[in-house]
Design a protein around this ligand. Structure first.
Ligand SMILES: Cc1cc2nc3c(=O)[nH]c(=O)nc-3n(C[C@H](O)[C@H](O)[C@H](O)COP(=O)(O)OP(=O)(O)OC[C@H]3O[C@@H](n4cnc5c(N)ncnc54)[C@H](O)[C@@H]3O)c2cc1C
Length: 442
């Protein structure tokens, strides 16, 4: 049996890995449009600075990526974030440290005394009776109040999903939090019963020596499959025995086909095969986001921490700043410092699509306004993602049920990417493992 996987990001590569693990003799070809594998996992080296174009790592509180790293023989590449990276900041009216303890929460100026009291009042908010979906904003206002939602959940969702609380489905994006309400009647009740926080981001942030691309290369080398990069698929046809792929004047037959491309690309590829499925795929919207890397030969700011996220109410042009060289030691050479500034998302989609020059200026101005940095960077790097992160709108899970019912009508067709069941690397790997199980089942 020959299997084609289209898309060589983490979803495509990990799907290949788990298929091979279950059935080492299967023949797999991965088709990737770019010259390099990785998709949103791509490291660029500029004058000794390492800038991540997309993800910079994964949290160790879920087992998925860590397991893949170990099983693919990439363990020696693992790089743990520094201890100082536990300290995070929120920019509201000024820079405030994210409170990590009860006493810090009581003292934080991020919320008024009334806002804090409302958070405690969560204990007395009755659980929602039905399973219907809602936005994160409606969930937050209902359970912890407006102030907490605007000061904490709003910057967090911009940082993780490049989204906004009033635009994202809580059931799809934060299932663990919804589960706390459903199972324990409330968030505090749930957290107290479970004794540890599973709801918010936790665990240790892990990355790779030399950046995430080093893991992508190592994973790809471990696969022993055929990899075709810099290739465009012109057309896909379904036959009695599987699928025919037409690529730049040649055609190849495969028994099974896994699409690990973004949903809008999969929609295009499946247009002639199933117009209804294609429409369902193109209905999944993406948020634009741009990443500006700033490298400093000299910078007086100590960068003790992970970085900052700005609230919508701060009305800044940037979403946040990651203090990269403080998080991972090898992102800048000794004595130098590296930052990455995030711009756009659903909060300011138009800003993400500005010219390189404009984005650099927004970033430089942003670090000045939020961190007081006056020095000019020695090196800059801009990566613009016109469709960066899929947006899970309210009702996403229901729509995915319908979409995958439709996929099942096509024997030997599978979808594996961040567009359906989670955008984090851990989610992509966990989902790829499930897809691989289905592919090898029959
Ligand atoms: C700025 C940013 C920061 C992020 N930070 C984090 C983070 O810190 N931690 C975290 O866990 N997650 C993070 N993420 C999310 C995470 O990186 C992605 O969800 C994940 O990498 C997506 O992997 P994927 O393989 O599903 O999709 P992609 O990485 O998009 O891969 C799809 C692949 O398909 C290829 N392709 C497209 N069209 C074709 C075609 N016609 N033919 C063949 N191939 C094609 C693409 O080139 C690409 O390689 C971040 C994302 C962004 C954008």
């Amino acid at each position: 049996m020959k299997i084609a996987i289209i898309g060589g990001g983490i979803s495509g590569l990990s799907t290949a890995f788990y298929i091979k693990q279950k059935n080492p003799n299967v023949q797999i070809t991965i088709f990737e449009k770019n010259k390099k594998l990785g998709g949103k996992m791509m490291t660029k080296e500029v004058d000794g600075f390492l800038f991540e174009e997309g993800s910079n790592g994964f949290l160790s509180n879920k087992p998925d990526t860590l397991e893949l790293v170990k099983q693919s023989g990439s363990e020696e590449l693992l790089l743990r974030s520094s201890d100082s990276a536990r300290v995070r900041f929120i920019y509201k009216d000024a820079l405030h440290q994210l409170p990590e303890s009860l006493s810090a929460f009581i003292k934080t100026p991020l919320l008024s005394p009334l806002g804090k009291l409302r958070v405690v009042g969560e204990l007395f908010v009755p659980a929602k009776k039905d399973n219907s979906d809602e936005t994160l904003q409606s969930f937050g206002y209902r359970r912890v109040g407006r102030e907490m939602t605007d000061a904490f959940l709003d910057p967090m969702v911009a940082g993780i999903f490049a989204s906004a609380p009033d635009k994202i489905s809580v059931n799809s994006a934060f299932p663990a939090v919804v589960k706390l309400e459903k199972e324990y009647g409330g968030l505090f009740k749930g957290m107290m019963k479970k004794k540890k926080k599973e709801a918010g981001p936790g665990g240790v942030l892990m990355s790779f020596k030399g950046g995430v691309s080093s893991f992508i290369d190592s994973l790809a080398n471990s696969l022993h499959v055929e990899i075709k990069t810099d290739i465009d698929i012109d057309k896909i046809e379904q036959t009695d025995d599987g699928y025919t792929l037409y690529t730049q004047g040649t055609k190849e037959e495969f028994g099974k086909l896994v699409l690990s491309t973004p949903a809008y690309v999969s929609a295009q590829l499946l247009k002639d095969l199933d117009i209804e499925l294609s429409k369902m795929l193109s209905d999944i919207e993406y948020s634009p986001i741009s990443v500006v890397g700033l490298g400093y030969d000299e910078l007086s700011h100590e960068l003790n921490g992970f970085g900052l996220l700005a609230t919508s109410s701060a009305k800044k042009e940037i979403l946040g700043v990651l203090w990269d060289s403080s998080i991972f030691e090898d992102r800048a050479l000794e004595g130098k410092k590296a930052l990455r500034v995030m711009i756009g998302g659903q909060r300011n989609p138009d800003l993400a699509l500005k010219s390189d020059e404009e984005l650099k200026n927004i970033a430089i101005n942003g670090v000045k306004e939020t961190m007081g940095i006056d020095e000019k960077p020695s090196v800059t790097y801009v990566k613009r993602w016109e469709r960066g992160i899929p947006n899970y709108r309210v009702g996403h899970l229901e729509r995915m049920k319908e979409l995958f019912k439709k996929v099942k009508e096509h024997k030997g067709l599978y979808l594996s990417s961040n567009a359906y069941y989670g955008v984090g690397l851990n989610d992509c790997v966990a989902n790829s493992k499930k897809v691989a199980k289905e592919v090898t089942k029959n």
